[in-house]
Design a protein around this ligand. Sequence first.
Ligand code: CA
Length: 225
Amino acid sequence: MEEIIPAYLLEAHRYFCCTMHSMRPWLVGIGILSAGVASANLFVNGDFEAGNSGFSSDYVFASSNSSEGQYTVSSMPSSFNGAFFNIGDHTSGTGKYMVINGATSGSPAVWRQTVGILPNTTYYFSAWASTAVGGGPAVLQLKVNGSNEGSSFQLPNNVGSWVEWTVSWNSGAATSATFEVINSNLSAFPNDFYLDDMSVVVPEPASLLGVGFGSLLLARQKRRK
Ligand SMILES: [Ca+2]
């Protein structure tokens, strides 16, 4: 029977049916691989396809818009506010996104999410934004652990396009990061906008994968000695 079992399965069997001690190099390799995969996007529900979950907001969630400072998650913002432009979401063209009527006082967080991070690592924040009503766009600012990061980002004056907002940030000694999106435009009208596909990644996950594969190869070589 053995000759019909593919060689790679026999190889895998040999390596996984060993003692815990000799598996340690494998586990190191797999752990680093996992870190590389996780860093693809640390945010939960960044694409809003799961609806109003995975993030918090100082804005008030509402299905129908009755005042400034409210938001919803929808694929059809005109059902939230009849003046809002219906644009296909950034993720697939048919999915959901965050629909926001800008607040007029204070500096409430539009969107907030806390993630575990590695210290002394540069992370790359990205969000896609669009204007809901033309004429007076939102101006966004990223805060990480309470500090402004990057430049303020003004959305397009007109409706109908998604634009990418990016900020790079180094974690320093931090092992946890709270990312907050603030809108510094406090006008009542229009000041309405959308967010989609929020992400935070390590810029070069491929290099982490490389380290992971390198560890696996090292483990193989050690076992063959
Ligand atoms: Ca989406």
